[in-house]
Write a protein that binds this ligand. Structure first.
Ligand code: NAD
Length: 413
């Protein structure tokens, strides 16, 4: 079939397999261009490995450090005339490129919050790798089925204590649209912490430790965002910010428990980027398009792969090996937070409108990033050509795959 972007509100419902493959190829080429990353993991588990920062982490571990990787994600296959999700195509492309490069890779599709997926990952580590030296937790989800009770908890993107009014960008028309989010209830705050806070990260590490599949010196990471003060009412001080604070608590606990195997846990502050997760945050599209303009003007714009490759090469491994001792959070958002970049955003946040949007914000860059997310807009891909939407994979499915989480996925996308 010929696949074109199809929009439903702020969501694109189609994905292009060849474009997603091109994205993976370009990320691999970026990592390879700078050579091997020394002292990196040899065996890595990545939870949330099919998009955004998790995929960039898997690519950096595999193609930068030469690691065998196990990737966990929740993606949707194609069905009749519906394309698969972009993450499905990206994970399939990763597996193909890894195989071609002689790198071992296992991809597990299903609900990472479930006990079944944790068991599947542990079985895969035991049978294929013995142990892992790194666990990257990069999950972004709107919903969690509690493993013990089956209760469904949903995360919300709301301010705390007061309402938030701002703008979002309508991707179809390229115009600003007013949005308002009411203050979250206590229940919504608790649920967001349950979904996006540190508890499931701790459950993963506890299960992996109990199964004795964490190697001595194992490092585990989780990703957070701080960003500009203009987004704090909805992000840093909102429900998602509360969940992110919980990561710092979890990291402290994990550092304590991992000390027994000389391991450690770190929360990494990354820069704001357009990914599946961030496109849904109220106000974020406008902030990101101003940010892209400010950072591109200074020649310091970074995407997921530039951020993560730099993290691996200069902070965690490579040149940064052995320098982690006193830091708990690692800041990779240094360029986003540069005073000149933030000054640009502070100046224009309040006076941007539909008449000056093109001039002040990088609308084209934002639109391209949005198209790229779904595999569209890549040079070198012939979008007028018929392609097969059904891409064969070697993914393993966890037992929980076909019931609850699958239908939840369909509902939340
Ligand atoms: P993303 O939407 O691109 O990727 C999310 C991943 O989680 C995908 O692989 C998806 O398949 C997987 N996933 C979702 N629900 C799942 C489930 N139930 N079971 C298994 N896998 C599931 O997200 P992202 O933006 O890369 O976010 C990853 C992390 O980085 C999050 O913690 C996010 O808060 C953080 N972060 C993002 C930004 C940003 O601007 N995007 C900035 C800083 C930090």
């Amino acid at each position: 079939m010929i696949i074109k972007p199809r929009y439903k509100g702020v969501i694109c419902t189609t994905a292009h397999p060849a474009g997603c493959e091109m994205d993976v190829r370009q990320q691999i080429e970026h990592v390879r261009a700078s050579g091997t990353i020394g002292h990196g993991p040899r065996r890595a588990l990545v939870v949330g490995a099919s998009g955004g920062y998790g995929l960039a982490s898997r690519i950096s571990a595999a193609f930068g450090c030469g690691a065998a990787t196990i990737g966990v994600f929740l993606e949707r296959p194609s069905h009749k005339d519906r394309t698969a999700s972009a993450g499905w195509y990206r994970a399939a492309a990763f597996d193909r490129y890894a195989r071609q490069a002689g790198l071992s890779a296992w991809s597990l599709n299903g609900d990472a919050y479930s006990s079944e997926m944790k068991e599947l990952a542990i079985d895969t580590i035991k049978s294929e790798l013995g142990q892992v030296d790194m666990v990257i937790y990069s999950l972004a989800s709107p919903v969690r089925v509690m493993p013990a009770t089956g209760e469904v908890r949903r995360s919300t993107l709301k301010p705390i204590g007061q309402s938030f009014s701002g703008y979002t960008i309508d991707i179809g028309s390229g115009r600003l649209r007013g949005i308002r989010a009411e203050a979250a209830s206590d229940r919504e705050i608790r649920d967001t912490v349950a979904v996006m806070g540190g508890e499931d990260w701790e459950l993963w590490i506890a299960a992996l430790r109990e199964a004795d599949v964490l190697a001595n010196g194992c490092i585990t990471t989780n990703y957070t965002y701080v960003g500009s003060e203009v987004t704090w009412p909805i992000y840093h001080h909102g429900t998602i910010g509360r969940a992110k604070q919980d990561l710092d608590r979890a990291a402290r606990e994990l550092r304590r428990s991992l000390a027994a195997i000389d391991g450690t846990a770190r929360v990494i502050v990354l820069k704001g980027l357009l990914t599946g997760a961030s496109s849904a945050i109220p106000g974020m599209p406008l902030y990101l398009s101003l940010l892209f303009r400010a950072m591109r003007k200074e020649g310091i714009h970074e995407g997921c792969i530039e951020q993560i490759e730099r993290l691996f090469r200069t902070r965690l491994f490579g040149d940064g090996t052995g320098q982690l001792e006193e830091e708990s959070q690692i800041r990779m958002d240094d360029m986003e937070m540069r005073p000149d970049v933030q000054a640009y955003i502070n100046t224009h946040w309040a006076n941007v409108n539909n008449d000056n949007l093109e001039e002040l914000a990088d609308l084209e860059g934002y639109r391209n990033a949005f198209l790229n997310l779904h595999g569209f807009g890549f040079d070198g891909v012939d979008y007028a050509r018929e392609v097969e939407a059904d891409v064969p994979t070697t993914f393993s499915e966890s037992k929980s795959r076909t019931d609850q989480p699958m239908s939840l996925f369909a509902k939340t996308k």
